[in-house]
Design a protein around this ligand. Structure first.
Ligand code: GTP
Length: 597
């Protein structure tokens, strides 16, 4: 296809504003698939998506549309993930297209998540077509929402399209607008091949599939390609496009988006943002902006039932096959036995992997406190990276510690600003900026990443009723007064509960954790001291009183079913417990004890 007849775009939207419904409509109304195939094919695509865990990866579809000018255009839609953990992946997808549809629910208006994504589109120099969706609903207020788009986002919304993705109203206009208002891609067919690796995943039949956007040159089956960042070389054995099912083609030219397979063994051999060229007569310079994705948050995953360790290994290996940004190595904990120390791009990423292991592989997990990578400077001048508080070297050898800091940008309606400032302050944040965009405040904070990885995002959502948007950038390391705090239950250290904290906050955190654990650990037949300590010094202490009577005693003997129920309940509760010395600690305690509220 010649460049003039190609349009590449993404859809930017807040959750539930109708992105998927609109995409389905665009596909359907261009007869990319017949009505009957539609169901089957889209379900297929959804299975893949489910397999790959929410919309983490890009999903792409190629649509052919005969416009009012009589010409047939190829429209490539790239779907993007919408979460800060994947900001880099989103930025690459955005660089692979020239324009965006900004879908806003006309009964709701611009919401927090729209902003972070639309700024990514603006950063990528996209032309943006605002689409007001759900105009079939009586509560629709297109005029108000147009104004809001102009106020808050600062783009012209006077030509916003009025659409009902549900009824199909305005779909034709949307397709016309894509052709008329979004620019055609640029590229030189005669130049050496230059393609961006936008995404990759593991397919059971095809092996590793790589999503590419051709910038210059032509990609053909049989080409010997080279990945410029990793230096790896492969013979291309298949190329194709998504309609939305995979369909092979002979070549992909400049401006086109499609896939290749090349007997690549693992997803981790492909790096999002890498430049693909031909081995011979390749291009000289790679595309700008490549960043290898490195895990920033680490935590231990242990099976509740230690007999499930091999199953857990199997699950983790399978998940890693399809997720290059997830890392793991075996770990042994005195308290928890065998497990894995895993690295993630961020908290959501951690939650997704953890949930999938529990849900899809049916393995109950104990997750230890998420931790960041500390730099420990030793007295002898060397530096070690600390991924796990349990590995903290002996203090007599340590000179000082540094922790990673981030620059966090939070946008929030004015009425919640006070709560947001308090939250950031509580997490050792330093305010750097405070400005207004319409009725929204934008605050910029310098924060320790450690204070953000645990429950910051949840807290932010809860104090702002979901109206805040949050985005962050890594800012490098800075020295601070950090210590390792251990928790002792019945005088035994539980290594999975040790955390790194700021010295000034250690007492407060220690007290809070002991109090929480006192509530979370069931009573035993004996008294249990729960302590927080730094080095050998106890800084907080609670005592869990001994259980006096048999639990069933309060059933007054008579009621047998109630008695049985109670015992069953106890048994079920047991399953989720781990024994530490003589004490049973419930699985949920490991996470709950660390929550700060
Ligand atoms: P996520 O996939 O969760 O990010 O949401 P989304 O943005 O893709 O939204 P989705 O397309 O799933 O739509 C959300 C809900 O809005 C669904 O229940 C749709 O049926 C409904 N919806 C979408 N478009 C319209 C519309 O034009 N009118 C009405 N009345 N409902 C719509």
């Amino acid at each position: 296809t010649d460049l003039d007849h190609i349009r590449n775009f993404s859809i930017v939207a807040h959750i539930d504003h109708g992105k998927s419904t609109l995409a389905d409509r665009l596909i359907q109304s261009t007869n990319t698939v017949s009505e009957r195939e539609m169901k089957a094919q889209l379900l297929d695509a959804m299975d893949i998506e489910r397999e790959r865990g929410i919309t983490i990866k890009a999903n792409t579809v190629r649509i052919e549309y005969r416009a009012k000018d009589g010409e047939v255009y190829v429209l490539n839609l790239i779907d993007t993930p919408g979460h800060v953990d994947f900001a880099y992946e989103v930025s690459r997808s955005m660089r692979a297209v020239e324009g965006s549809l900004l879908v806003v629910d006309s009964t709701q208006g611009v919401e927090a998540q729209t902003l972070a994504n639309v700024y990514q589109a603006i950063d990528a120099d996209h032309d943006i077509v605002p689409v007001l969706n759900k105009i079939d609903l009586p509560a629709s207020e297109p005029e108000r929402v147009k104004e809001q788009i102009e106020d808050v986002i600062g783009i012209d919304a006077s030509d916003a399209l009025l659409v009902s993705a549900k009824s199909g109203l305005g779909i034709e206009d949307t397709l016309e607008a894509i052709v008329a208002r979004l620019p055609a891609p640029k590229g030189d067919r005669n130049a050496p091949l230059k393609a961006m690796l936008v995404d990759s995943w593991y397919d059971a039949y095809l092996g590793v599939v790589v999503l590419v956007r051709i910038m210059d040159g032509v990609l053909k089956k049989g080409d010997q390609i080279k990945m410029m960042q990793t230096g790896a070389r492969y013979p291309v054995d298949r190329i194709g496009v998504f309609r939305p099912a995979m369909q092979t083609v002979d070549e992909l030219g400049p401006g086109e988006i499609g896939f290749l397979t090349a007997q690549i063994k693992q997803v981790r051999d492909t790096k999002v943002g890498d430049t693909i060229t031909t081995e011979k007569k390749g291009c000289e310079t790679p595309l700008p902006g490549f960043k290898p994705s490195v895990p920033v948050v680490f935590c231990g995953l242990f099976p509740v039932d230690s007999a499930e360790f091999e199953d857990l290994r199997d699950a983790i290996e399978k998940l890693a096959l399809n997720d290059a940004s997830f890392s793991y190595e075996m770990e042994t904990s005195a308290a928890l036995g065998f497990g894995f120390r895993c690295g993630f791009l961020g908290l959501l990423h951690l939650e997704v992997i953890r949930d999938r292991i529990e849900r899809e592989y049916d393995i109950e997990l104990i997750t230890t406190a998420p931790s960041v990578i500390y730099h420990v400077y030793m007295r002898d001048g060397t530096m070690v990276e600390l991924h796990n508080p349990a590995d903290m070297p002996d203090l007599t050898h340590v000179d000082h510690l540094e922790e990673p800091r981030i620059k966090a940008t939070i946008m929030v309606p004015d009425e919640y600003l006070g709560d947001v400032l308090k939250l950031c302050q509580d997490r050792r944040g330093i305010q750097e900026d405070l400005t207004y965009a319409g009725a929204r405040a934008m605050v910029v904070y310098d924060l320790p990443l450690n204070e953000v990885v645990f429950d910051f995002y949840d807290r932010l959502k809860s104090v702002t009723k979901g109206y805040a948007s949050f985005d962050y950038q890594m800012m490098g390391y800075r020295q601070d007064n950090l210590v390792k705090m251990s928790i002792l239950v019945n005088d035994e250290p539980v290594d999975a509960l040790s955390i790194m904290v700021h010295r000034d906050r250690a007492e407060m955190r220690g007290r809070a954790m002991c109090e929480k654990l006192k509530d979370l650990i069931p009573r035993h037949m004996f008294k249990i001291p729960i302590q927080a300590a730094i080095g050998g010094k106890v800084i907080a202490r609670e005592t869990l009183a001994a259980l006096r009577k048999d639990v069933t005693a309060k059933c007054y003997g008579g009621d047998a079913t109630r008695k049985r129920k109670l015992l069953d309940k106890q048994k079920a509760g047991k399953k989720k417990m781990r024994q530490f010395g003589k004490v049973d600690i419930p699985q949920e305690a490991f996470i709950s004890a660390l929550k700060m509220d």
